[in-house]
Ligand binder design. Sequence first.
Ligand SMILES: Cc1cc2nc3c(=O)[nH]c(=O)nc-3n(C[C@H](O)[C@H](O)[C@H](O)COP(=O)(O)O)c2cc1C
Length: 365
Amino acid sequence: MAQGSLQGGVVRAIMKFVLGDEQTIICETTMTDQSRTCLPQTLKLGDIVLDAPMYQAPLSGYTDRAMRSLARQHSAPMTFAGVMLDKITLHPKALRKPVFAVGENEHPIGGQLLGSNPEQMAQAAKALCGIGYDLIDLNFACPAPKVLRRGRGGALLQNAHQVIAIYRKVRETVRCPLLMKLRIAYDDDTAYRDAFWTIAEHAAADGIDALVVHGRTVLQRYRGKADWQILAELKRRLPGMTIVGSGDIFDAPTVVQRFRETGIDGVLVARGAIGNPWIFEEIRAAVKGDLTYTPPTLYEQGQVILEHWSRILQLYPPKKAIPYFRKFLANYCRRHPDRKKAQMSLMAARDPETLTLLIEQWYDL
Ligand SMILES: Cc1cc2nc3c(=O)[nH]c(=O)nc-3n(C[C@H](O)[C@H](O)[C@H](O)COP(=O)(O)O)c2cc1C
């Protein structure tokens, strides 16, 4: 289907392709610069098709039910719980803890696993599917020193064979969509760069449904800028594979730029969503061509902060809730016109009632 329009002397042709597998791509051609840009509108992860090319990343210590439900309310098409250690999920009693629970309205939701033993990872994946997770992601990316010391997460990028053995066993065991979270290498050593390509190429041939790649090395942790050139190269080398990119996604214009530069299928919204659930609406609009984003008013921000706070209070005892919520407050305050003062005041609250009152005061509720 193609539509043409003339706007301010610029001919714009919007072509909408509906592919057999339900993926839609909007292509826009401007006759002035001859540039042709294709922005994906959906994201296919095995038999799950999201109606936007992005989702909420797993973020340990953040993506609990409170953050996930707010993300969904603000139009994230899917969320992930934080990474879970395989052997913990193998204890049925542990798995019944509220922290693992999937809410009725949360589908589709992803569960992510950390571990190094193929059989244990496979059984853990089965257990997560059994309690309602709709898709599984295997974490070969985590750079935390205690994870690396135990040979898990990003440490496994030193050993392509082990990664392949793990995902093959999991693939054999569960039928749900199976993703792998990678970084671009363990470090800059050529042997590790090669290991990344070995893993990616095997995964594509072995029925992994998507590769989710954070454009930094493991030892780089969060330093420097994410390398999106490798994401572009990955898509070029494996055009049939769903590729989801991650790294420094803090606003919608960046998402549009990354799609244009790389041709990948989706992006992961990670730190950019902490204290900023509006980012999902912003990205949804931007990939449809609308970059005229209207930020939330102070009053709207306050309403969301209060809502988030009340959900936190339902999940945690007050002693834990206050320090936990401060991590979010620091980011919420970034939008406040009197940021420093608002943040200092909110951070000083020592009991739930005071914090509620202060949020109401600072946000004119
Ligand atoms: C506090 C924190 C917790 C994270 N937890 C996870 C996790 O549980 N699983 C995972 O795959 N990545 C995790 N990540 C990595 C993010 O999902 C993402 O790949 C990374 O932050 C890069 O994206 P960004 O620069 O847009 O934040 C975490 C990152 C941060 C900052």
